[in-house]
Design a protein around this ligand. Structure first.
Ligand SMILES: C[S@@+](CC[C@H](N)C(=O)[O-])C[C@H]1O[C@@H](n2cnc3c(N)ncnc32)[C@H](O)[C@@H]1O
Length: 321
């Protein structure tokens, strides 16, 4: 009889990755014993990729990718690409996009303010054959550079729009069409109201909207505008993570699911991507909004909550939403 630990240990040994919950469940249901489990992993595309070091960039459309393969590709592809996008943000993008993949969420990706394309690399690597990445920027030279970088990664499924986001409106057909949006263009108050409205009009029910420089002291207008937007459209977004210069929002109906993913899976997923400088803070009672604050490592803990006594072990499942 296979156990959860058997699956986790086999992935660690054979693939060097941490399987997500859906993958663990799949193997527990489909492999009778350790021998069958090892066989399933050894014949998988992930194992072959690891063996032959094939980059997902060169793989056929819709081929399943290793759990952390895209992050490794990001590290290689982003090397030398100018931008304002950290490895922690890249790991978070990859984890959230992968969670959507595992949950069967479909939809396009959107980035407003792409510059040289650094932060759009992961969305580009994640779009499937039925999806596309749309990048919007009003600067022609940087947009051209971004297209050169991103088009091969999306295998052609890239739409580059040279325009100011103030001139963009969501068409009827685009409503609910996006699963991952990153707002990183004009950092002014009116632009944030404008760009959040575009995303609200296009984001699907399971989608994620990332807002750059949220809670950055250098750009107070962004935080103020985001608060104003959420007051204007209270049913649009819920905050799930604030940290490393970005705010991550989902739809209200998905808040608990994403918060549970953060609590139960994200720390291991970040570590699998070699990110260890994190502690998630949740300083509110169940039912109160605000998600998790994310900062550098504190007290050697993955989570700190209102009830945390830092001298005592923490029971993560006690964090309630
Ligand atoms: C901070 S950079 C983007 C960085 C990029 N996302 C990254 O992490 O590598 C901001 C970009 O937004 C573009 N931009 C500024 N205002 C804009 C607007 N109103 N509409 C479209 N693009 C805009 C600029 O041309 C610039 O390339």
């Amino acid at each position: 009889m296979l156990t959860r630990d058997d699956v986790v240990n086999a992935f660690d040994l054979l693939l060097g990755t941490v399987p997500d919950e859906a993958t663990i469940k799949f193997h527990l249901e489909n492999a009778a014993d350790k021998a069958e489990l090892s066989k399933a992993i050894i014949v998988s595309r992930e194992f072959m990729n690891r063996l032959h070091k094939i980059s997902p960039v060169h793989m056929p459309d819709d081929a399943p990718l290793p759990a952390t393969g895209r992050f490794e590709d990001f590290e290689r592809l982003a090397d030398g690409v100018e931008g304002w996008f950290t490895d922690m943000s890249a790991a978070l993008f990859d984890c959230l996009l992968s969670a959507q993949f595992n949950w069967g969420v479909a939809g396009n990706a959107l980035e407003i303010g792409v510059a040289y394309g650094r932060s759009a690399i992961l969305p580009a690597l994640h779009v499937r054959s039925t999806e596309q990445l749309r990048i919007i920027d009003f600067s022609e030279p940087t947009l051209n550079a971004a297209v050169k970088l991103l088009r091969p990664l999306t295998r052609g499924r890239l739409e580059a729009v040279r325009a100011s986001s103030f001139d963009i409106r969501a068409g009827e057909a685009e409503r609910g069409s996006i699963r991952f949006a990153h707002i990183d263009g004009d950092h002014s108050y009116p632009a944030i109201l404008n760009d959040m409205a575009i995303v609200d009009d296009m984001l699907c029910e399971e989608g994620i909207c990332v807002l750059d420089d949220f809670f950055s002291p250098q750009y107070c207008a962004i935080t103020m505008a985001a608060g104003a937007f959420m007051a204007q459209r209270p049913d649009a977004f819920r905050l799930i993570i604030t940290g490393y210069n970005k705010g991550y929002f989902c739809r209200p109906s998905m808040e608990k699911r994403y918060l549970t993913f953060i609590r139960d899976e994200l720390p291991a997923q970040l570590r699998a991507r070699r990110q260890t400088e994190f502690t998630f803070w949740r300083m509110m009672h169940p039912g109160q909004p605000g998600g998790f604050g994310l900062g550098t490592r504190q007290y050697g803990r993955d989570f700190i909550t209102l009830n945390t006594d830092v001298s005592q072990p923490v029971a993560v499942e006690e964090i309630e939403f």
